[in-house]
Design a protein around this ligand. Structure first.
Ligand SMILES: Nc1ncnc2c1ncn2[C@@H]1O[C@H](COP(=O)(O)OP(=O)(O)OP(=O)(O)O)[C@@H](O)[C@H]1O
Ligand SMILES: Nc1nc2c(c(=O)[nH]1)N=C(CO)CN2
Length: 157
């Protein structure tokens, strides 16, 4: 069976944020062979801004799971960790987003890959640049590094 390359984004802004991220990585190891993990950075909340700061990181791994199986697996981890998710874009103890899955494009209600917000999120692009700046976004056809510089310069306008 083929292994697939996946990039996952992790975030936490409730409880012991460091421990939450570490614990999620330990759970992920059951089914994802982890190749690279970015630094964990503290970031200002995006979207709904009136909430505590996040810790974020991204990782690169390989897995035998198919995209929907990977989604079920990450949702299971969130549930196991007693997912507290108050509302969309609100505070949570752990959030695991599938950013890329090979160069697949999936656009369903339940699962969208690449993650539809990733090119607007510095807290994703910055750590992605650290681990794989040349990865090409399969829809936008730009490297992660290009998306990062584009986002930075759009913010200065
Ligand atoms: N690429 C993806 N990675 C993870 N979940 C996804 C993805 N695409 C769609 N989803 C769906 O999103 C749901 C989580 O939605 P929720 O309302 O919690 O979003 P959020 O985490 O607040 O926001 P965001 O997805 O923009 O970070 C999951 O149950 C899953 O079905
Ligand atoms: N900085 C930051 N902001 C967010 C985050 C996150 O992980 N980091 N996750 C959100 C829900 O998806 C909403 N806003």
């Amino acid at each position: 069976m083929d292994r697939h390359i996946v990039f996952l984004g992790l975030g936490s802004n409730l409880g012991n944020r460091h421990k939450n991220i570490q614990k999620a990585i330990e759970h992920l190891k059951d089914k994802v062979r982890i190749e690279k993990v970015s630094s964990i950075i503290e970031t200002q909340p995006y979207g709904f801004v009136d909430q505590p700061k996040f810790l974020n990181c991204v990782l690169k791994g390989t897995t035998l799971l198919l995209p929907f199986e990977l989604l079920e697996f990450v949702l299971e981890i969130e549930n196991k960790m007693g997912r507290i998710r108050l509302f969309k874009w609100g505070p949570r103890n752990i959030d695991i987003d599938i950013l890329f899955y090979d160069d697949c494009v999936i656009d369903t209600e339940k699962l969208k890959i690449p993650h539809p917000e990733l090119h607007k999120r510095l807290f994703v692009l910055e750590p992605l640049c650290e681990i794989e700046k040349d990865f090409i976004h399969p829809v936008l056809k730009k490297s992660v590094y290009e998306l990062y510089t584009q986002l930075i310069s759009s913010r200065k306008e």
